[in-house]
Design a protein around this ligand. Structure first.
Ligand code: SAM
Length: 320
């Protein structure tokens, strides 16, 4: 987190050893780096071999001048990256090196973009927005049959706007995309405009008003509390349940919902398949088809399956 340089910090340079730094961190004293930037990176690597405690690793701080210049030898120019992540600079600050590296990485993704073969285009993620690095879920959305030709569509929790773009490319019309994260809305608007798709992006919780023939949602996959905007894309307390509970109120009579979900939470013992099927049935929905795929991403579990659940309203809702 960007903060004022803490008065209690130890000013240190390349002579500081990892074990000594760790002793200071454990006593609650951060280090404000004054040495060579690459020396700080090496120290962070050495610390990472000694602990995997994120709060401790975040105690190695890099100073930032009032214009986001890093006043250290061999420091990269991070002004554009920091402005994208934190807004215009105001006064001298300090930032954990670990976070600064994330900010730099996000800037590189944003500039370079991520190739999305199923879209035949690149998507440019912003800092703090779920990036479509895994692509198997996009392939599912690329091959699932539409309920009707040129359906109207909602994309709930749009992130970079990648699914909305894919729906538009496949011929969906009058697409409305939503997200609670303002960074995601800005990012989606930018991507969709760049790709020439006329999609309305609304910053709101879940559904826009009205109904659509196709309502798509790729909710965060891990049940748990998001502790920051960045984690809104990963952890979910109730988005999945609320999406399912209210989906029927936003579908046209022959409309269809697509729920895109990995079974990671099931493998982690955080949800059972029965829980999910019960929630679907309780919402008065029925599964018309499930398309499965195995993630190929190198950090995915070998036994993980990603699914696209095609959902329609059941003829009668079960008694509550
Ligand atoms: C796993 S990401 C998916 C992003 C994008 N649809 C994709 O498939 O790449 C989940 C998204 O849902 C958004 N989100 C979380 N809770 C939400 C809510 N209650 N209403 C709308 N969007 C929400 C997050 O900000 C995040 O962008």
């Amino acid at each position: 987190m960007l903060s004022e340089p803490p008065a209690s910090a130890l000013l240190a340079d390349d002579t500081l050893r990892a074990d000594t730094a760790l002793r200071h961190f454990r006593r609650g004293r951060p280090v404000l780096w004054q040495g060579d930037f690459h020396g700080a990176r090496q120290l962070l690597t050495a610390l990472g071999r000694r602990t995997n405690s994120v709060p401790l690793l975040k105690m190695l701080l890099i100073p930032l001048d009032a214009d986001y210049t890093v006043p250290l030898r061999r420091a990269p120019d991070v002004r554009a990256a920091c402005t994208e992540a934190f807004g215009p600079p105001t006064s001298p600050k300090a930032l954990p090196l670990r976070e600064l590296l994330g900010v730099i990485g996000a800037h590189e993704w944003r500039v370079k973009g991520i190739e999305v073969p199923v879209l035949g285009a690149k998507i440019h993620p912003h800092y703090g927005v779920f990036a479509p690095i895994r692509q198997e879920y996009l392939e599912l959305a690329g091959r699932a049959p539409f309920p009707t030709t040129n359906p109207t569509a909602f994309d709930i929790g749009t992130g970079t706007g990648v699914l909305a773009a894919l729906l538009a490319r496949r011929g969906a019309t009058k697409i409305v995309a939503t997200d609670v994260n303002p960074r995601a809305c800005a990012c989606a608007r930018e991507n969709l405009a760049r790709l020439g798709h006329d999609v309305e992006v609304q910053q709101r919780d879940l559904f826009p008003p009205g109904r659509a023939d196709l309502v798509v949602c790729n909710p965060p996959w891990v049940p748990g509390r998001a502790r920051s905007d960045l984690e809104l894309a990963i952890f979910d307390t109730d988005m999945l349940d609320r999406f399912l509970a209210d989906l029927g109120d936003h579908l046209t009579p022959a409309g269809e919902g697509w729920l895109i979900l990995s079974d990671l939470a099931e493998h982690l013992g955080l949800r059972t398949r029965e829980d999910l099927e019960r929630t679907i049935a309780r919402a008065g929905l029925r599964v018309t088809q499930r398309l499965d795929t195995r993630p190929r991403h190198k950090r995915a579990r070998a036994d993980e399956t990603t699914s696209l659940w095609r959902l329609q309203m059941a003829r009668s809702r079960p008694a509550q």
